[in-house]
Design a protein around this ligand. Structure first.
Ligand SMILES: N[C@@H](CCC(=O)N[C@@H](CS)C(=O)NCC(=O)O)C(=O)O
Length: 211
């Protein structure tokens, strides 16, 4: 498999973790986002949206990290990243979507650049007020769920890492990069730390990528 991604892209980071957890062989292809590689004709020919990740599996071209992760879980069911019980699956998907739908899209590079360049927002308003607000709001909701739900264990759903944990780790890396105060989220941070003890997560982190 080939993964078009970028070291600091949290959506690509999710897929790197998924591939590693599943023990799949993959080759990374770097799309340098700050330099605008995603907008070049060559990459747009592969992914018209001009975003990473894109996963190539033979003749199959896949977009959107959450869809890619579910694809990986279907073609390589062991170890599962979603529980088998429908209600439990919905819980994990719901928690994961707090990050994938309600934090990450508001804070991704295209949005931050639009706020600065098109709306004229000041750097601190974008990188501190805006960025941190969405992290704090989403993380507070996740922390409340983790506190209430007896199913949270070493990871967000029991003692096996899954889809929610795959979303937590890259989002925490980003939050740290934007100097968010993560002390109010001890349960979320303990899950982050447990994940980072695993090679699948550790080897997927930005500093361990070739770019
Ligand atoms: N919902 C998409 C988000 C993809 C996305 O926004 N990727 C970012 C990097 S994390 C990107 O490629 N940004 C390019 C840009 O903002 O120009 C997914 O989960 O794959």
């Amino acid at each position: 498999m080939k993964l078009y991604g970028f070291s600091r892209s949290s959506a690509a980071f999710r897929v790197r973790i998924g591939l590693n957890l599943k023990g799949l062989q993959w080759e990374g292809i770097n799309i340098n986002l700050p330099e605008g590689d995603q907008f070049g004709d060559q990459y747009r020919g592969i992914n018209p949206q001009g975003r990473v990740p894109t996963l190539i599996d033979g003749d199959t071209v896949l977009y959107q990290s959450m869809a890619i992760l579910e694809y990986l879980d279907e073609i390589q069911p062991q170890p599962p990243i979603l529980p088998s019980d429908p209600a439990a699956r919905a819980r994990v998907r719901g928690l994961a979507n707090v990050i994938a739908c309600d934090i990450h899209p508001l804070n991704n590079l295209a949005v931050l650049k639009f706020l600065s360049n098109q709306i004229g927002a000041k750097k601190d308003d974008v990188n501190v007020t805006w960025y941190q607000h969405w992290v704090y709001e989403g993380f507070a909701a996740i922390e409340a769920h983790l506190k209430e739900d007896s199913v949270a264990g070493m990871f967000s759903h029991g003692d096996v890492p899954g889809l929610m944990d795959i979303c937590i780790v890259p989002q925490v890396f980003n939050a740290q990069r934007y100097q968010c105060d993560l002390e109010p989220y001890p349960l979320l941070m303990s899950i982050f730390e447990n994940c980072m003890l695993l090679d699948a997560f550790d080897n997927a982190q930005p500093s361990k990528q070739t770019d």
